[in-house]
Design a protein around this ligand. Structure first.
Ligand SMILES: NC(=O)c1ccc[n+]([C@@H]2O[C@H](COP(=O)([O-])OP(=O)(O)OC[C@H]3O[C@@H](n4cnc5c(N)ncnc54)[C@H](O)[C@@H]3O)[C@@H](O)[C@H]2O)c1
Length: 358
């Protein structure tokens, strides 16, 4: 590793210190728990006490494959297990708020999936419930912790590209939604279940925009009911802008998933390796071009980990740090209210055909 990258790699490090580790129980044993949560927690050295799923056979099969010692017959049984400090919820989104409420009422810290809540009001209620109980609640918006994005953000924070002026995501892929019946039938699809990652990552670099415009569309012959192609424009004070352009109906096989942050003195750009062969993919690429360092043209940064499963350790590690040391997790429920507000503004814009002020 080139020496200059050492602080960048440190900022993107996903190690969970041993003194922060607490036992975690997982609600839901679906696809994301199988391919990402359990492998990431094992690599991070976290203890998973057990799994609970409405489908007990699925829970038993996933638990056995990942060496999780037990399953729970009900949520009540899980919450009666005194060893459980953190409840990690990964179920279909409609069921999440009810489970989060019960876990908080039982005195457990909670990690939710994105989308955190179906609307801002429900998110605010969960945040208030956690704060009233002295508990931490966070959201698994793990793209912020994906090595390419985390390293890019660290380079921006280090001043390597001067003042940031724009951040873009450009994603053109073919997504098979058929593994999730609830995604095939939902009215709102792309922004709330996919671009939410890019929007949250942009918030982690540029903060909250003041004005947005969004248009969403469908492709003839697509399986899903909701929008599968979106363009979202985010306007910040002064000259800072962001753009998220995503299509899930690529019919030509040339998958592309690129991101870039431009600044007054350089830029960082890369690719999201996960989306080149979901869910295994490949590590991201990342390059920096800086008049501050300076670099001689584009200098590659060596990404060695993946969005899935590796980055999933990030939100959990940040939650555990907040439990151990106090303060807010990086993707806390309170922070995520900003992502939910952004989503609501984008859909309001999509529905009305007009820009929306936040
Ligand atoms: N990168 C990411 O952040 C990412 C990726 C994929 C999915 N997700 C999110 O993770 C969640 C789960 O996605 P998935 O792909 O695993 O879905 P899935 O449909 O494969 O699995 C969901 C599981 O939850 C179980 N379940 C549903 N309601 C339940 C309840 N009330 N109690 C216990 N179990 C219940 C189901 O039986 C099923 O096994 C969703 O919110 C989704 O948006 C996030």
């Amino acid at each position: 590793m080139i020496d200059v990258f050492a602080p960048i790699a440190a900022a993107a490090d996903l190690t969970v210190p041993a003194e922060h580790r607490l036992p975690v129980a997982v609600v839901g044993a679906g696809a994301i728990v199988d391919v990402a949560h359990l492998p990431a927690y094992r690599r991070a050295g976290l203890e998973v006490t057990g799994l609970y799923d409405l489908d007990p056979a699925r829970a038993a099969e996933v638990a056995a494959r990942h060496g999780v010692p037990r399953t729970y017959a009900s949520l009540a049984e899980l919450l009666a297990d005194d060893r459980v400090a953190v409840v990690d919820i990964a179920v279909s989104p409609g069921a999440q708020p009810g489970i989060a409420r019960q876990a908080l009422e039982a005195g457990r810290h909670v990690l939710c999936q994105k989308p955190f809540a179906p609307d801002v009001a429900t998110g605010e209620e969960l945040v208030a419930l956690a704060e009233a109980g002295g508990l931490k609640i966070a959201v698994n918006q793990q793209l912020r912790f994906d090595e390419g994005i985390a390293a890019a953000r660290a380079m921006v924070r280090a001043g390597w590209i001067g003042e940031p002026t724009a951040m873009t995501f450009s994603v053109n892929i073919l997504t098979d939604w058929s593994a999730w019946d609830w995604l095939l039938t939902t009215d709102r699809l792309e922004i709330v279940y996919h671009s939410i990652h890019y929007l949250d990552a942009i918030r982690s670099v540029l903060g909250d925009p003041e004005l947005v415009f969004c248009t969403g569309s469908r492709t003839p012959g697509q399986l899903a009911k909701g929008e599968t192609r979106t363009m979202s424009t985010l306007v910040y004070p002064g000259d800072v802008r962001a753009l998220v352009h995503v299509t899930h109906e690529n019919r030509t096989g040339d998958q592309e998933a690129a991101f870039r942050v431009d600044g007054t003195l350089g830029a960082v750009k890369g690719t999201l390796g996960l989306l080149y062969d979901y869910p295994h993919g490949r590590p991201d690429t990342l390059e920096v071009n800086s008049r501050v360092l300076p670099t001689d043209g584009w200098l590659p940064y060596p990404v060695t980990t993946r969005w899935l499963p590796d980055a999933v350790a990030g939100p959990m590690g940040s939650l555990l740090r907040a439990v151990a040391e106090g303060g807010e997790p990086e993707t806390s429920g309170r922070d995520n209210l900003g992502t939910l507000r952004l989503l609501e503004a984008l859909y309001a814009s999509m529905d009305s055909g007009e820009s929306r002020r936040l």
